[in-house]
Design a protein around this ligand. Structure first.
Ligand code: FMN
Ligand code: SF4
Length: 655
């Protein structure tokens, strides 16, 4: 490999952070993996991070590490409060160092931002003041001065442990509305002692933490601060406020890592892991302002999903390092591919939030819908060539079939994929038509590239029958024929009711009236997206959701963005609405909670967003096939792209 990349010369230059040299400008910012067990580092977590180190990330910042017993913000938080943590962190550091990657730990106290705890009860949460947090509906208790001292000591002790374990530095999490940010914010911090009031007083807690950590670790050990600029909350901190804080605290720090948002509000939390609705690299201008104000390295993250974006940010001096966290969750080998000047081989993150932060919120190990090997490194981490190559026919070129084909071919099998349509992609081609969600189509681009690289033979416009399979006689058939728009059975639809499916609307095949009712059974992207599409085109839209709220099935940052968008357009959302029937001007629902009838009058068109019916005819016709038949994706049971791709991976490994 040449010494540096031709395409990304700035990205692959080293950087000095305090006394620590980092090999390149790509960093994985702190992110909770849900892989800690009993507060400790696990083999799964080490394997996960090792995969990113092997792929060339210069710096990995660990997920948050609790510094005090009251810092347990989830039941699976990593803890640094006693020496039991040393062996795990030590193994993590040694593993990453063996790949030339540096490792810092995030030191963390959530303050009032307590999400859930192991025994299901609500603990006493602590903050600067007893100011309620909107998102988790927590009213905290104001910290006593004695407790402040105890927590500051906790930061210092945890930092010392990280140093003892062999890590290269620590990052104090003052971002996202967590405890240090609660002290900094004049809206949250209502204290009248010397920790509240003036800007200097509000910074006192963070200053004490920085000083205590420095005293505990000495020079040469990097100390950074992560901080949000704009909290995106009506009464939150804004860029200018945070810039003042950064300017004041920088002399005690080795670096600053900037981000946006706060955990405390729905609008602010969206920016913790911004979905595809946000522009790529949207925080670079704030990083630039910070860079002009301080003389320590500045890191920035936030939808920097491709090395081209990162190179531009570094080259133009907007930041010194780019956090590319989901980019690395999605493609751990992204830095190596960029360094080899092969950016087209990179599987770019599409900002869907489904399996990364979506899994975290469900309390299960994080993964990626495009690369389900993530979070499953101990099972699928090392791809071995098969000793028994087989001929494999994959029928259906949606995400399930494409992943199965690409993986099977990469494992050494002889793979042919047949897709009935003129282009691969299946339902992903429809999903990308939803407003603001064009990037979802990236899953098709990425999987197409993976099939090409692995040497899959692709036949488009190719409908396959059981006879054709028998004639080709492959060793194995993988059926991934997907599904069709679901039409619910047993409804009272009169002949003069005007009814179309959401899929027809997206394909622009439907003639839709001026007053529309959407029957949204699945409470996912489709109902909300079609509502936005039709409301933007001037229709009156009522979105009747068979669930407690619109987007109930979605990752919360995606849901809140989409709900915010349709509410801005005046869409009326009606929850608990179970479809019953329709006639020429009324849609009928049953209240799913109390069984009462609900009539939505003045309905010119009823749009059915009712999920998917399986297209499993070929699967049934192949029941007696004299070879291996594996059904995957929606033709087995309608789910999401995540399960489709995972099914594809599993099928390929099972050959
Ligand atoms: C699963 C997940 C967990 C996260 N947990 C943390 C965390 O523990 N600490 C933190 O500072 N940020 C956390 N974040 C935010 C990331 O550090 C990063 O700021 C965010 O993903 C945006 O960067 P990206 O667009 O490069 O992914 C998390 C992100 C994800 C996807
Ligand atoms: S699940 Fe979606 S947002 Fe998360 S890393 Fe994968 S592509 Fe990116």
């Amino acid at each position: 490999m040449p010494d540096t990349s031709q395409l990304f010369p700035h990205l692959f230059t080293p950087l000095k952070i305090g006394g620590v040299e980092v090999a390149n400008r790509i960093l994985s910012t702190g992110h909770d993996t849900s892989m800690a067990h009993n507060g400790q580092v696990t083999d799964a977590m080490i394997a996960y991070h090792e995969s990113r180190a092997r792929g060339g990330a210069g710096l990995i910042v660990s997920q948050v590490v609790g510094v005090h017993e009251t810092a347990r913000y989830t039941s699976h938080v990593l803890m640094g409060t006693n020496d039991d943590c040393l062996p795990g962190f030590s193994r993590l550091a040694q593993t990453l160092h063996a790949h030339g990657t540096r490792i810092f730990a995030q030191l963390f106290h959530p303050g009032r931002e307590i999400m859930e705890v192991a025994d299901g009860t609500a603990p006493v949460a602590y903050s600067a003041s007893a100011t309620p947090s909107d998102r988790f509906h927590v009213i905290p208790r104001a910290m006593s001065r004695r407790m402040i001292r105890e927590v500051v000591d906790g930061y210092a002790a945890a930092a010392r442990r990280m140093q003892t374990a062999g890590l290269d530095g620590v990052e104090i999490v003052a971002s996202h509305g967590y405890l240090p940010a609660q002290f900094l914010s004049p809206q949250v911090n209502r204290r009248d002692d010397d920790y509240g009031g003036s800007a200097e007083n509000r910074m006192r807690f963070v200053r004490e933490v920085i000083d205590a950590v420095r005293t505990a670790t000495g020079d040469g050990f990097a100390i950074g601060l992560r901080i949000s600029g704009d909290e995106h909350t009506h009464d939150g901190m804004e860029d200018a406020d945070s810039l003042d804080v950064i300017r004041a605290l920088a002399p005690g720090l080795d670096y600053v890592s900037v981000i946006a948002g706060t955990s405390a509000s729905l609008s602010g939390a969206i920016h913790i892991v911004p979905p595809m609705f946000e522009e790529t690299g949207y925080l670079a201008p704030f990083a630039h302002a910070v860079k002009q104000a301080v003389d320590i390295p500045v890191m920035v993250a936030g939808r920097i999903n491709q090395p081209q974006e990162a190179e531009g940010i570094i080259a133009t001096g907007q930041a010194d390092m780019c956090g590319m966290t989901r980019a690395l969750i999605c493609d751990p080998a992204m830095p190596a591919k960029a360094r080899a000047d092969s950016p087209d081989d990179i599987r770019a993150c599409i900002g869907c939030n489904q399996a990364c932060i979506g899994h975290f919120h469900k309390g299960v190990p994080i993964s990626c819908i495009q690369f389900p090997e993530t979070g499953r490194e101990l099972i699928y981490g090392t791809r071995r060539q098969t000793g028994a190559p087989r001929t494999v026919m994959v029928i259906g070129g949606g995400p399930a079939g494409m992943k199965a084909a690409a993986t099977a071919a990469a494992l050494g099998h002889d793979v042919t994929l047949h897709e009935a349509a003129a282009q691969p992609g299946g339902q992903a081609l429809l999903a990308q038509m939803l407003p603001g969600r064009a990037e979802f189509g990236g899953i098709v681009t990425n999987l197409s590239r993976e099939m090409q690289q692995a040497g899959v033979t692709v036949h488009l416009n190719s409908s396959v029958t059981a006879d054709m399979v028998a004639q080709a006689a492959p060793d194995a058939v993988i059926v991934a024929t997907g599904g069709t728009a679901r039409i619910p059975q047993g409804m009272e639809f009169s002949d003069d009711a005007h009814i179309v499916t959401a899929w027809d609307v997206l394909r622009s095949h439907a003639n839709v009236g001026g007053s529309v009712t959407i029957a949204d059974w699945r409470a996912d992207w489709v109902g909300l997206g079609v509502a936005e599409l039709l409301a933007s085109a001037g229709r009156r839209v009522r979105l009747c959701v068979n669930g407690t709220h619109a987007g109930e099935m979605l990752q919360s940052y995606v849901r809140d963005t989409m709900v915010g968008r349709v509410q801005k357009l005046g869409v009326e959302i009606i929850p608990y609405a179970q479809l019953y029937g329709a006639d020429d001007d009324t849609a009928y629902f049953i209240n799913a909670a109390n069984g009462e009838a609900m009539m939505i009058e003045d309905t010119e068109t009823l749009v059915l967003a009712q999920g998917t019916d399986v297209a499993d005819a070929l699967l049934a016709a192949l029941e007696d096939y004299d070879g291996r038949v594996i059904g995957i994706g929606d033709c087995m049971a309608p789910r999401t792209a995540e399960e489709a791709v995972l099914d594809g991976l599993k099928a390929a490994w099972a050959l």
